[in-house]
Design a protein around this ligand. Sequence first.
Ligand code: 5GP
Length: 121
Amino acid sequence: MAYDDENIFAKILRGEIPCDKVYEDDHALAFNDISPQRPVHVLVIPKGRYVDADDFAANASDAEIAGLFRAVGEVAKKTDVAKDGYRILSNIGAHGHQEVPHFHIHVFGGADTGPMIKRQE
Ligand code: 5GP
């Protein structure tokens, strides 16, 4: 799938739409989810144009990949979720129910995140 420059996270990166920023560095931006599913629900996105985790793994530079995961760690530190544990998750494509076609990692915490998804029969 080609990257869509009009997706909502591209607009946030260009400053056309505001966000509640949690962390930013050269490679990544992190901001609170507009519709939080847990007390802490932060989205960590690369600054580069990547559709999803699949695209990112195949095409991002080593520095971008390291930068994104370091940013997740910084978010965990800033939101103080590491002591009790937290969950990171990324939805990919149709079966993954991805809504926004710019790669993002969800960071959930501040409360029990519940069991992992169960297979539907
Ligand atoms: P996905 O389903 O693609 O993994 O998750 C997209 C996430 O983006 C959802 O949790 C949704 O609440 C969040 N989201 C959608 N639009 C906006 C927005 O304009 N601002 C922020 N901060 N989050 C958004």
